[in-house]
Design a protein around this ligand. Structure first.
Ligand code: IMP
Ligand code: MG
Length: 173
């Protein structure tokens, strides 16, 4: 790839913030079992760190979603590539996303999961990019609010690359 990368959020900032979010989630639901729903692929690193920052009983489920098809703008089309392995009825669920841009993906997923009868369903997103929002979505836990730039790293990709960066960077072609 021949674009340029500029660090937006350092590895240290991410790690510190994720620990804070984990502690806040546990404080909001003391002594209660939680189910983290990891939206693949983008949030796999965020979930891996977040789950270790939440004490007590935590389950992890994976939901495979394809919304982007290799480009840098939202298609608004959500395709489920891997469904949850277990039901979430009666459970307190945290839907974990890498980034919320237009909001179309998370809005679709929240409506899809609510039908399955969770006791509660909250959204945690590492990044919030509010400038392009097309649908109102309630985000209970936000790592960082960022400007309208295309970012990669810490799970976020461009054409499947850059997910392995331990920090978040702005990508310019
Ligand atoms: P939305 O449906 O527009 O909110 O987009 C959500 C999805 O688009 C995210 O889960 C990401 O997979 C992808 N996405 C949005 N913005 C970016 C970005 O800046 N970098 C990488 N992926 C992004
Ligand atoms: Mg995503």
């Amino acid at each position: 790839m021949n674009g340029t990368l500029r660090t937006l959020i350092s590895e240290e900032q991410i790690q510190a913030r994720v620990r804070e979010l984990g502690a806040r989630i546990r404080a909001d639901f003391p002594d209660q079992p939680l189910t983290l729903v990891c939206v693949l692929k983008g949030s796999f690193l965020f979930v891996a760190d977040l789950v270790r920052a939440i004490s007590g009983e935590v389950r992890v489920e994976f939901l495979g979603v394809a919304s982007y098809h290799g480009g840098t703008s939202s298609s608004g089309v959500v395709k489920i590539t891997h469904d949850l392995r277990h039901g979430i009825e009666g459970q307190i669920c945290i839907l974990v996303e890498d980034i919320v841009d237009t909001g179309l993906t998370i809005d679709y997923l929240v409506r899809m999961l609510k039908v399955r009868g969770p006791k509660a369903l909250h959204v945690a997103t590492l990044l919030d990019k509010p400038d392009n929002r097309e649908v109102e979505v309630e985000l209970s836990y936000v790592g960082f609010t960022i400007p309208d730039e295309f970012v990669v790293g810490y799970g976020l990709d461009l054409g499947e690359l850059y997910r392995n960066l331990p920090y978040v960077a702005i990508y310019s072609p």
